[in-house]
Design a protein around this ligand. Structure first.
Ligand SMILES: *Cc1c(COP(=O)(O)O)cnc(C)c1O
Length: 389
């Protein structure tokens, strides 16, 4: 089980990003953790080993990443996975047929797909509710509810869940509060501080930040729960390779720096879009016009680079998507390069059309992941793409 180094917690966030969970290699002094590319470990004698037996269970590069992100989220234990979905799937293996989970209705499309198309068949039951209202979470709780799962801000509509209020409901019912923190990153929001039991990420996004690997990670404090996750992780096997672990670990060294720029440029671009399209069409929790701005400002220290805009007719959205030159048309988010996407046909294609309509993921909605290029270039690109719109 990977536990963060206790003394890492005394440092500031940026220092932890660079150093937490890693120590120079004792054999060579290499400043960067080695990529330990092995499947097995030679044992000293029958029943004696150096703490490593087989790499599905443990790998030193992976452990460095686990300790690092645990220290960033302010948790004791970290578990890295081969993808964000692999992480969530393993967390769900803590539960059994008949268990009930209350889930935000506006979560990542793949989360909904995993629950509704696969895990339902194994006897888990789900209630999808608007978690902006803690009373709706409370109303959905049953005697069988084992967990509340929320994403805040949500993808792509940037709806906010009050983490402290959700945690009160979870504790009252003896359920776990599980939070997908992919959009905010631990730079701007640390759910464990608001009472969450498990926080998880798609490391593919901001934590790695360079769009060159797929991964996931879960962080928590409770030792007994961590032992159960360790068991499920090794048993189910959705673990990352050492190279991908190393790439994510390289990413977290600059996470604080990158998020600062994503946030600065995100605010500028959101303000431009608001002027251009009107406040009711722009979704960004950092705008004073966002209906939950006050709550967002209370539990987040920045708002990052994710913005959605309702362009009206799909043809208008298509025009803008076709004209951009600095932004690239692609799924995913959180990288140094700016991306633009069409949630209805891309990230949320796995959600039925009627359900997308109900949620407000309209055919005219586009989503921007603002990168770290010069913001003047990004604004000029949008200016030409929006001409005549
Ligand atoms: C991308 C994403 C996931 C899934 O992660 P993968 O690494 O693609 O499996 C989960 N939640 C959110 C919010 C995401 O953006």
């Amino acid at each position: 089980m990977t536990r963060a180094f206790d003394d890492d917690f005394k440092y500031g966030f940026s220092t932890r990003g660079v150093h937490a969970g890693q120590r120079p290699d004792p054999t060579t002094g290499a400043i960067m953790p080695p990529i330990v590319q092995t499947s097995t470990y030679v044992q000293d004698a029958l029943g004696t080993n150096k703490g490593y037996e087989y790499a599905r269970g443990k790998n030193p590069t992976r452990e460095a990443l686990e300790r690092n992100v645990a220290a960033l989220e302010g948790g004791r234990h970290g578990f890295a996975f081969s993808s964000g979905m692999g992480c969530l799937d393993t967390l769900m293996k803590l539960f059994k047929a008949g268990d009930h989970i209350v889930c935000g209705e506006n979560v990542y499309g793949g989360t909904y797909r995993l629950f509704d198309k696969i895990l339902k068949n194994f006897g888990l039951t789900f209630a999808f509710v608007d978690t902006r209202d803690p009373q709706k979470i409370e109303d959905a709780m049953t005697a069988k509810t084992v967990a509340i799962l929320v994403e805040t801000p949500t993808n792509p509509l940037m709806r906010i869940t009050d983490l402290a209020a959700a945690s009160v409901v979870a504790k009252k019912h003896g359920a776990l509060l599980i939070v997908d923190n992919t959009f905010a990153s631990p730079v701007f929001q640390r759910p464990l501080e608001y009472g969450a039991d498990i926080v998880y990420h798609s490391t593919t996004k901001y934590l790695n930040g360079h769009s060159d690997m797929i991964g996931g990670i879960a962080v928590l404090n409770d030792d007994a729960l961590a032992a159960r996750i360790e068991f499920a992780t090794n048993a189910a096997g959705a673990v990352p390779g050492p190279m991908d672990s190393w790439l994510a670990l390289r990413g977290t060294k600059t996470l604080a720096l990158r998020m600062r720029q994503h946030d600065l440029s995100g605010r500028k671009i959101a303000a431009w879009l608001e002027q251009r399209m009107g406040a009711e069409r722009v979704f960004y929790a950092g705008l004073a016009s966002h209906p939950q701005h006050a709550l967002a400002a209370r539990q987040m220290s920045g708002f990052g680079g994710m913005i959605s805009v309702d362009m009206g007719p799909q043809a208008t959205a298509a025009t803008v998507l076709g004209r951009v030159r600095v932004f690239s048309l692609a799924e995913s988010l959180g990288g140094v390069e700016s991306l633009i996407s069409h949630p209805a046909s891309m990230t949320h294609a796995s959600v039925e059309a009627a359900r997308r309509d109900m949620l407000g993921v309209t055919e005219g909605l586009i989503r921007l992941s603002v990168g770290v290029e010069d913001v003047e270039d990004l604004l000029a690109d949008l200016e030409q793409a929006f001409k005549g719109v």
